[in-house]
Design a protein around this ligand. Structure first.
Ligand code: GLU
Length: 485
């Protein structure tokens, strides 16, 4: 195989989407598996739809995921420029060549004329519009006349109606389309800007792209691109069209789907770990030859095999993402997770009231439970909330006859000199034995009375984090409520 060169070519019309990230990742994995290059190129010719900062945001989010381009607008290699808007003269040159060879022609039809023709075809029961080749054989005089009228020509590719356009798709096998199913299409618009199908083929050829992995929505574009390679005597890359990502209801993922966060920046903002997303996306439409699911970047690159790209759609399984992220959080150092969690804690709570030891203990306690770092906010909420036992909780404590337990608890806590989790645990055990209580009957009332929650991290650590004074105060409040009614 000649040098593998693949590319991810987003339009800067939005931020990095999960579908785009997956496409970029599969291209990257393929490149790195075969010691090739991964190129980031920008398809920015749709000027009105480009968003400010679109390019930078696409690149930053990719790099955050660990998908690092070998060439990009910011890191040009030998094949630049890497933005299509900087390559317009290149496209024009090739379009002129095609016109000179009679493989493309100028079209002076106005939008209104094309609309009329479309309506006529619809009225005749023809659903997909075909250009009627009105301008295929214009004389020089006619062209001059049109120009005088102020018309600006677009350039159309003359599709060989009898030719079969065929490729052996890496994911789907043989696909072929007959020329007569494709009408003469515009390669350069009347404003002088190349269309996607023309620009992309020229770019892929000149940048020596060897393989193209992209979403299946591009299958219908591929024959048009193959026409351009053929007409210009370029060698076409190999194509692999990835199957859809679907949600848990098996519906195609759409940007409006609110059941799934759509943009990589949202995962970053919520404190997911990039290596978890890297691992997760790699398994979204690809699987290795072994049962396991947790892999480092290097392992995935080593195992990547394009023959194992899925032929059916892949479900975005949020639970699996949480499981993976939780795994990587547990594996990470306390320092790293603390730094990430502190951002959320500082935004939400008066942390200056707490010392560093307290914060370390909180992170250590809840780190194993986090599906993503922002969850820390909910988990530590009880420590900052006003005491708020519900009616239901009070009734529960009454049913459990917890009054005696809480009284003893408060007295024993009062006597304690060192209020650390180990001593707290011993104290609870001693009380349990004395009152013949164990398990849920012992722990749940204590937890409720102090934290007003029925679950949480390790009980004695939770109590230590409340501190002696607060723990006793809350138990006293609970006793008061139980006595009250
Ligand atoms: N700009 C196109 C897209 O975002 C790229 C298509 C391609 O890879 O050829 O879908």
């Amino acid at each position: 195989m000649s040098k593998v060169r693949v590319r991810y070519a987003p339009s800067p019309t939005g931020h990095l989407h999960i579908g785009g990230a997956r496409t970029a990742l599969f291209n990257y994995l393929f490149a790195k598996h075969y010691d090739g290059d991964f190129i980031f190129r920008l398809e920015d010719t749709d000027l009105e739809r480009n968003i400010p900062n679109g390019e930078a945001s696409q690149l930053e989010n990719l790099e955050w995921l660990g998908i690092i381009p070998d060439e990009s607008p910011l890191k040009p290699g030998d094949y630049g420029p890497y933005r299509q808007t900087e390559r317009l003269d290149i496209y024009q040159k090739y379009a002129d060549e095609l016109v000179a060879q009679g493989l493309a022609y100028e079209c002076y039809c106005s939008t209104d004329e094309l609309d009329e023709s479309r309506k006529r075809q619809e009225a005749n029961g023809q659903h997909s519009f075909r250009y009627e080749r009105t301008c295929l054989n214009l004389s020089d005089e006619q062209k001059e006349q049109y120009k005088k009228e102020g018309r600006k020509p677009s350039i159309r590719f003359k599709v060989d109606q009898d030719k079969v356009y065929e490729w052996d798709d890496i994911v789907r096998g043989k696909i072929s389309v007959i020329g007569k199913d494709i009408s003469d299409w515009v390669i350069i618009k009347s404003n002088g800007i190349a269309t996607y199908n023309f620009g992309v083929a020229i770019d892929d050829a000149l940048m020596k792209i060897s393989h193209v992995f992209r979403g299946e929505e591009h299958i219908s574009n591929t024959p048009k691109q193959i026409m351009i390679y053929d007409a210009l005597n370029f060698i076409a890359p190999e194509f692999g069209h990835l199957t859809l990502i679907v949600n848990e209801e098996r519906k195609k993922l759409s940007k409006r789907d609110e059941t799934i966060m759509q943009f990589i920046s949202q995962y970053k903002e919520d404190g997911y770990l990039p290596e978890a997303l890297f691992n997760f996306f790699a398994l979204l439409g690809w699987s290795p030859n072994i049962e396991e699911e947790i892999f480092t970047k290097e392992e995935i690159i080593a195992m990547f095999d394009e023959k194992r790209l899925s032929k059916s759609s892949s479900m975005f399984d949020k639970k699996k993402l949480h499981w993976l992220d939780n795994h990587y959080i547990k594996e990470s150092s306390l320092e790293r997770i603390k730094e990430m969690c502190l951002v959320y804690l500082n935004e939400n709570y008066p942390l200056n009231e707490k010392d560093d030891e307290w914060i370390d203990a909180i992170i250590e306690l809840y780190k194993p439970q986090l599906n993503y770092c922002k969850e820390i906010v909910e988990l530590v909420k009880p420590y900052f909330e006003e005491y708020n036992l519900t009616e239901e909780d009070i009734n529960f404590l009454k049913e459990q006859n917890s009054l005696e337990l809480l009284k003893v608890m408060s007295e024993e806590f009062n006597k304690m000199e060192s209020f650390d989790s180990i001593t707290i645990k011993e104290t609870i055990n001693v009380i349990g034995k004395a009152l013949s209580l164990k398990g849920k009957q012992l722990f749940m009332p204590i937890r409720l009375a102090i934290s007003c929650k029925r679950s949480g991290g390790d009980l004695s650590t939770v109590i230590e984090l409340y501190g002696k004074e607060q723990a006793i105060e809350n138990i006293q409040k609970t006793i008061g409520l139980l006595n009250e009614n």
